[in-house]
Design a protein around this ligand. Structure first.
Ligand code: ZN
Length: 144
């Protein structure tokens, strides 16, 4: 069993561009900027679409489902006694080239992690809601 992340979180600095992303967990919804011109999801949040240079970007809710593209286990004890945890690169089902570097939580083992289906879960730190991901199967068990 791995820990759900580092024992001390480095939190993002909120600004007008990224606030919607880091606070979206308040209503349990993961959102990305979507370009009104070329309909690409854009991440990280920027004022101009990198694909078509359009400026018509607005937050759009996504399903919160994703797939583990890659992961690594952090064994470095930045804090003495802290447990290993899993850093995952998760691709969003709506657009797999949108990837989040995140933590995989409720993770029992590394078996079958690559390519597995995950869904977002939020960890709140004051006004920031960090989007973390857990396996779709284990979330079914804990919800029942
Ligand atoms: Zn665009």
């Amino acid at each position: 069993m791995f820990a759900n992340g580092p024992s001390i979180r480095l939190l993002p600095r909120l600004d007008d561009d990224n606030r919607f992303f880091w606070t979206g967990g308040k209503d349990g919804v993961l959102r990305f900027l979507k370009c009104g011109s070329c309909h690409q999801l854009v991440h990280p949040p920027v004022p101009v679409c990198p694909a078509c240079l359009g400026k018509d970007l607005a937050p759009e809710a996504v399903s919160g489902r994703g797939r583990v593209h890659a992961y690594t286990v952090n064994h470095q004890q930045w804090i003495p006694g802290s447990e290993p945890y899993v850093i995952g690169l998760v691709e969003i089902v709506e657009q797999p080239d949108v990837r989040l570097t995140t933590n995989l939580v409720d993770c029992e083992s590394e078996d079958g992690l690559i390519g597995s289906d995950v869904e977002v879960t939020f960890e709140q730190h004051d006004e920031v809601f960090l989007p973390l991901f857990r396996s779709v199967d284990s979330s079914k068990e804990s919800n029942s």
